[in-house]
Each structure stands twice: as structure tokens, then as C-alpha cells.
Design a protein around this ligand. Structure first.
Ligand SMILES: Cc1cc2nc3c(=O)[nH]c(=O)nc-3n(C[C@H](O)[C@H](O)[C@H](O)COP(=O)(O)O)c2cc1C
Length: 425
């Protein structure tokens, strides 16, 4: 049996439960946006957006989002780890007033999930960065803007003042400080440093399909795009007509290269030099909340705590960096125990309300989700993302009732069990 491990850090990360006034308002917004609209009737679960996106997007673009490094083992196991856990409900509890709101870094969010950083979103979905930000703002959940995004970080902050920013920093103090000054000047309060990308992952599927970042327009790429005219017109043509060629706007303090190019490469210099020594500089310079994303070992989480981070996101980058990494959920209990008062968040493979509850039961303070929200943005824009968030929120609400939970903070040790234990002996 797996118990809810390391509860001590959770009290500090989750404020005392209050009546979900904000959540009630969100219900009204999202109902107006999506219910009663027949186009959303076919999306009953997050996986429905993936099916729709597979048809809508060119093969290479869908492959860029869905794909992982090398064999894909890291991605597969991240999802499998959730399926290996079973839930134990408690009945005859008054669950007529349920509250899934969650405190995080001094704010109260309507649900315990948010949007992971997603590079290139604005070429996968029309105005994708803003679409994700708008939906997160309406659903009152956090959204992390990616360093590899194509929309100026200042503009996304204007859209959603509660958005967080994720940086890919080089091991160069001057560039670090210039970038942090820009992010702070834009008003961001939470900075996420992704640690698992000293070099790009080996994504063979992209090489096979002809996809690259920046995108090189080869005959194969053009043919694939021409077979998907809705995306070509609705996303690419619309984007170029509105604002010209999108650029990597947020890789550095200065604007990066255009995303469509014949020869340019993204500036990834010096990322492989970034070390814990730079973390000390970052902590000294950045006055807001500091989160390190991409850690999987309790050793690194202890270092993050010593370096003065406020939180970590346990993540294997959706299996897109090192292949065969341990699934984030599998190391959550040991990391929770090591983290002490550090806020522990997790992403990778979360697809259902029950997955969110499993992660919280094992000690996560908050859960982030990547691909499903990007698929929703691609096929239905910001209202599609809001619909996806509403589906997940409704699943969590129903699951809470069926588990006997009024508040997520009252998840008991023993809510989750390893299924294997039940049938292995
Ligand atoms: C298309 C795509 C782009 C991504 N870009 C970034 C990025 O720029 N920065 C980052 O830290 N993680 C990035 N990630 C990883 C996600 O933030 C997240 O860790 C992962 O997608 C979570 O797994 P899930 O997709 O199974 O929910 C990206 C993932 C995808 C699918």
C-alpha cells in the first residue's frame, strides 16, 4: 500500500480552505463559453482533444507535440504510473459542499491544476500563447509561459497578470541578469527555471517527419501542411497576415530569431554550463517566487531547497529530454519527504481528475498539464482550452464526491493503493 507521504510541506503551500466563491464565478464563465454549444459536445474527456488534433494538424506538427525522445519510454511510463494506482473511497460522508480550490504561493486558484510551459504554441494553435493564457485566466488556474514561446512575454502578462514565466537560462551571469531584469520589469511574480535541458533531447520523430525549430520549409513540410488546409489557413496564414513571421521572443533579454528560417538556429549556447552556482546568482537577483522544473531526484530537490527555491516541478519534460527517465509520479513520495517546506508540483501524464487526485494523495501540492491543453488550443482556441479545463474541474468535483472528500486538503493516507500489490501475490 502507498501512503500519502511527507505531508509536512503541504500546510504551508495550501491556505486554509474557504468557500469557493471564485470557483462559482468560473462555473458561470465556462458554462457561457462552452455548454449549449454543440461543437463541444464531442469533447467529453481530455483524450478527445488529442484525437481531434491528430486529424487537424499536419503529421509533423502533431508529432512535435505528441512525440518524445528516442524510444518514448519516459513518456509512456509517466502515464502508466497513474494507471497502476487505485483509489479507495469513503462513503456516507456529507459531500454536498465541495471545494477544489487550492492555495499556491499566496494565491488561491479555483482548481489544483495549471498549464505547463509549451514552446511553439502560437504556431500549433492560432495565437496559442494568448489562447492558453486567456483560458487559464477565465478558469482561475496558473499558466506558465514558455521561454520558447512566440508571443512577447510582456503581452502575455498583459493578458493574464497571474501568468508565470519559464526561462531557459544560459550559464552566463550577464545574460541571466539581463533576462531576469526583463521578466521582473514585465511584472511576473513567479519564475520557473527548467533544469532538464542542458542539450536538446534526441527526438528522432521530428527528424523523420522533417520538423525542426526554427521550422525549415522543405517540399516535404510544405506538402504535409498543404494536406491540412484548416491549420494552414486558420493558424499559419492568419498568424503571418496579422503579425508577420513569428519570432522566438523570450529566449533572452533581446528578441530571438524568426521561427521560420532556412539556416538560423535558436540560441542554445551555454545552457549546458548552467549549474547550482548560477542558481545562487538567480536567487540573489530574482525577488519573486522561484521554481525549478525538471527535477527527478531527491538529491536535486534538497539542493533546490538549500539554494533558496520556493518550489519544484517534478517533471521529465513529458519524456522529451532524456529517454527512460523514471516517471515523475514514482519518485513523488520520496521527493515529498525530502522537500520539507518546499512546494512540490508535478507534471507528465496527467489526463484525468482521478490522476490529479492520485498525485495530490502522494504529496503533490499542485499538478500541471501540457499536451492536452495544447491540443485543445489547436482545434478550438481559448474556448476549447477552457472547455478542457472545465471537463477536468468537473471530473475532480465528481471524484471528490465519490471519494468522500469535501476538500482536497482532507485526502487521507490510504486513498491510493498500488494495484500491483493486489494481484502480484
Ligand atoms: C509541444 C511541447 C513544448 C514544450 N515546451 C516546453 C518548454 O518550452 N519549456 C519547458 O520547461 N517544458 C516544455 N515542455 C514540457 C512541458 O512543460 C511538460 O513538462 C510536459 O508536456 C508534461 O507532460 P504532459 O504533456 O504529459 O502533460 C513542452 C512540452 C510539449 C509537449
Amino acid at each position: 500500500m502507498v501512503s500519502a507521504a511527507g505531508q509536512e510541506g503541504r500546510a504551508s503551500a495550501t491556505a486554509s480552505p474557504t468557500k469557493a466563491v471564485a470557483a462559482d464565478r468560473i462555473v458561470a464563465v465556462s458554462k457561457r463559453a462552452t455548454t449549449g454549444d454543440p461543437r463541444y459536445a464531442r469533447y467529453l474527456a481530455l483524450s478527445d482533444f488529442e484525437r481531434a488534433a491528430r486529424r487537424y494538424l499536419p503529421k509533423m506538427i502533431f508529432g512535435y507535440v505528441s512525440g518524445a525522445a528516442e524510444t518514448g519510454a519516459g513518456k509512456l511510463d509517466s502515464e502508466a504510473a497513474y494507471r497502476e494506482l487505485a483509489l479507495v473511497p469513503n462513503y456516507l460522508v456529507d459531500v454536498s459542499h465541495r471545494d477544489q480550490s487550492r492555495g499556491l504561493f499566496g494565491k488561491r486558484y479555483a482548481s489544483p491544476f495549471g498549464v505547463s510551459p509549451l514552446g511553439g504554441a502560437a504556431i500549433i494553435a492560432y495565437d496559442g500563447d494568448r489562447a492558453l493564457a486567456r483560458a487559464a485566466s477565465a478558469a482561475k488556474v496558473p499558466m506558465i509561459l514558455s521561454a520558447s514561446s512566440l508571443t512577447r512575454l510582456e503581452d502575455v502578462r498583459g493578458e493574464y497578470p497571474d501568468a508565470w514565466f519559464q526561462a531557459y537560462l544560459p550559464g552566463d551571469p550577464q545574460r541571466i541578469q539581463a533576462m531576469l531584469r526583463r521578466v521582473a520589469a514585465a511584472g511576473f511574480e513567479t519564475l520557473v527555471i527548467t533544469a532538464d535541458t542542458p542539450v536538446p533531447g534526441n527526438r528522432e520523430n521530428n527528424l523523420r517527419s522533417g520538423f525542426s525549430m526554427p521550422l525549415r520549409v522543405t517540399p516535404r513540410v510544405a506538402f504535409d501542411a498543404a494536406l491540412h488546409p484548416r491549420w494552414l489557413v486558420g493558424t499559419v496564414a492568419r498568424t503571418f497576415l496579422k503579425g508577420g513571421v513569428p519570432h522566438f521572443e523570450n529566449m533572452d533579454a533581446a528578441r530571438g530569431p524568426p521561427m521560420v528560417s532556412q539556416g538560423l538556429v535558436r540560441n542554445m549556447d551555454d545552457r549546458d554550463r548552467l549549474s547550482w552556482e548560477h542558481l545562487a546568482i538567480i536567487r540573489d537577483t530574482w525577488k519573486g517566487k522561484l521554481v525549478i522544473k525538471g527535477l527527478l531526484s531527491s538529491h536535486d530537490v534538497a539542493k533546490a531547497r538549500q539554494a533558496g527555491a520556493d518550489g519544484v516541478i517534478i517533471s521529465n519534460h513529458g519524456g522529451r529530454q532524456l529517454d527512460c527517465t523514471v516517471a515523475p509520479l514514482r519518485v513523488l513520495p520520496e521527493i515529498r519527504a525530502e522537500a520539507k517546506d518546499l512546494t512540490v508540483m508535478i507534471d507528465g501524464g496527467v489526463r484525468r481528475g482521478t490522476d490529479v487526485i492520485k498525485a495530490l494523495s502522494l504529496g503533490a501540492d499542485f499538478v500541471f498539464i501540457g499536451r492536452p491543453f495544447l491540443y485543445a488550443a489547436a482545434v478550438e482556441g481559448s474556448n476549447g482550452v477552457l472547455h478542457a479545463m472545465t471537463l477536468l474541474r468537473d471530473e475532480i468535483d465528481r471524484d471528490m464526491a465519490l471519494l468522500g472528500l469535501r476538500q482536497l486538503e482532507t485526502i487521507q493516507p490510504g486513498t491510493v493503493r498500488q494495484m500491483r500489490a493486489a494481484w502480484s501475490d
